[in-house]
Design a protein around this ligand. Structure first.
Ligand SMILES: *Cc1c(COP(=O)(O)O)cnc(C)c1O
Length: 416
């Protein structure tokens, strides 16, 4: 059971909200840094461990530069994400470029930055060769097919559009070797928001076994395997967080079992988590503005699905705290809703909460990854500001809120 604690109290948020009106996302720098150090320490046994933060989770360069300071690289899949990494000082092989259906110009930019290019398909070898030219180091994305389960977000591997089959993987390494590529990596991403620590150990086992087979069959020594991201976070108070030390030690044991006897040591190990890096350390703060009693009881807030679409899109649970009422009895059952003209615009359905009055501040927990980033402007909604609660307790705005001028900026029409 995880205590859904907060790095601030009601008084602090009221003070912040005087300067930055709700709704806003706020990130906890101390929490992000401590967690980053814990992940790196869990893999301390591997001197070539690297976490490439999945930029799409929270694409804010202020946060990327904090993660860069902690020794993280970046995992990109678009031009904008490459540019964000570059701006935050993440370059060269600290970038893993794991794209799919990739435009030529993205490959060109990735190559220019010296990123590790991770190919999603065998046909991309020729495409890359013709557009950017083949770099010295290439990684391949493996899709194991119907070997393992999957989950609601990522689905079953055999139905996922990503990666190459086992047969294609060996063919592709051979083709690349024949074309003069000398350095190789292997990547997969088979789970998402997974709370079972054994999943990550098993993924590492699958890739270590492949590394041994690639060496035996093709005489290629891989430089690294990347087991992907997907470490889940305890969205619900009764979820167990992933024990990072257990994962680190479990992967180490499999490394000793498979890689050392095959004489493949040292082999680099990478991950590309997004959610577990920033998710628990970001909060959406919103104000209750209406209550409504019809066939059900509703609380209307000033944030909506445009600020956090996981509940509406996946039916995902996000814990809610009513600031100042942390210890009040949960005596009402309400739907907490936003103002979008879509009935799935609900942060919570039939949630038991303390009685909420207009003006109360609500905090939506675990909004730090795939939160603001998934924001949209449908229904004329504007994306909110992002704030950073710094280690010294002061608050810095790291992205301003959008204005109506931003919303209309791409239109050329008299009067707006
Ligand atoms: C989304 C994504 C990630 C990050 O996933 P999390 O669930 O945020 O850890 C990593 N790698 C790839 C290729 C992705 O698409």
């Amino acid at each position: 059971m995880v205590e859904k604690s907060l790095p601030f109290d009601e008084a602090k948020i009221r003070e912040i909200a005087r300067e930055f009106p709700t709704p806003f996302h706020i990130y906890d720098e101390r929490g992000i840094r401590e967690n980053a150090r814990r992940l790196i320490a869990a893999f301390g046994w591997c001197d070539r461990f690297r976490e490439h933060f999945a930029i799409k989770a929270t694409p804010n360069p202020h946060l990327l530069s904090i993660l860069n300071e902690e020794g993280f690289g970046g995992d990109c899949s678009s031009m904008a994400e490459l540019l964000l990494c570059e701006a935050a000082g993440i370059t060269g092989e600290a970038i893993m470029f794991s794209s799919n259906d990739t435009p030529a110009e993205d490959f060109v930019k990735a190559k220019e930055l010296g990123a590790i290019i991770n190919l999603d398909d065998v046909t991309h070898i020729e495409f890359l060769e013709k557009t950017a030219g083949l770099p010295e180091l290439i990684s391949l994305r493996y899709n194991p097919g119907p070997l393992r389960g999957g989950n609601a977000i990522i689905g079953k591997p055999e139905e996922a559009k990503y990666g190459v089959t086992r047969e294609q993987l060996f063919e592709a390494y051979k083709t690349l070797k024949d074309k003069g590529v000398r350095r190789f990596g292997l990547h997969t991403m088979v789970v998402s928001n997974d709370l079972n620590p054994n999943s990550f150990v098993e993924t590492a086992r699958m890739l270590f076994e492949l590394a041994v087979e690639v060496h035996e069959r093709l005489d290629i020594r891989l430089e690294f395997v990347n087991v992907g991201g997907g470490i889940g976070i305890p969205y619900r108070p009764d979820d167990e967080p992933v024990d990072l030390e257990f994962v680190g030690a479990g992967v180490e044991a499999v490394y000793k079992e498979l890689i050392e006897p095959a004489d493949l040591h040292p082999l680099g190990l990478s991950m590309e988590n997004g959610r577990m890096v920033t998710g628990p350390f970001g909060f959406l703060v919103t104000t209750a503005i209406h209550e409504k009693h019809t066939y059900k009881d509703y609380v209307g807030v000033d944030a909506c699905m445009a600020n956090l679409m996981r509940p509406g899109m996946y039916g995902a649970y996000h814990h809610l705290t009513v600031l100042g009422k942390e210890h009040a009895p949960a005596e009402t059952t309400v739907d907490v809703v936003g103002s979008l003209c879509e009935n799935n615009d609900k942060f919570a359905i039939d949630r038991q909460l303390p009685r909420i009055e207009s003006g109360d501040l609500l905090v939506v927990h675990d909004a730090g990854a795939h939160g603001h980033a998934m924001g949209f402007q449908y229904n004329g909604k504007l994306r909110s500001a992002e704030l950073l609660l710094q280690e010294d307790g002061t608050v810095r705005q790291i992205r301003r809120a959008e204005t109506l001028d931003d919303y209309f900026a791409t239109l050329d029409y008299p009067g707006i």
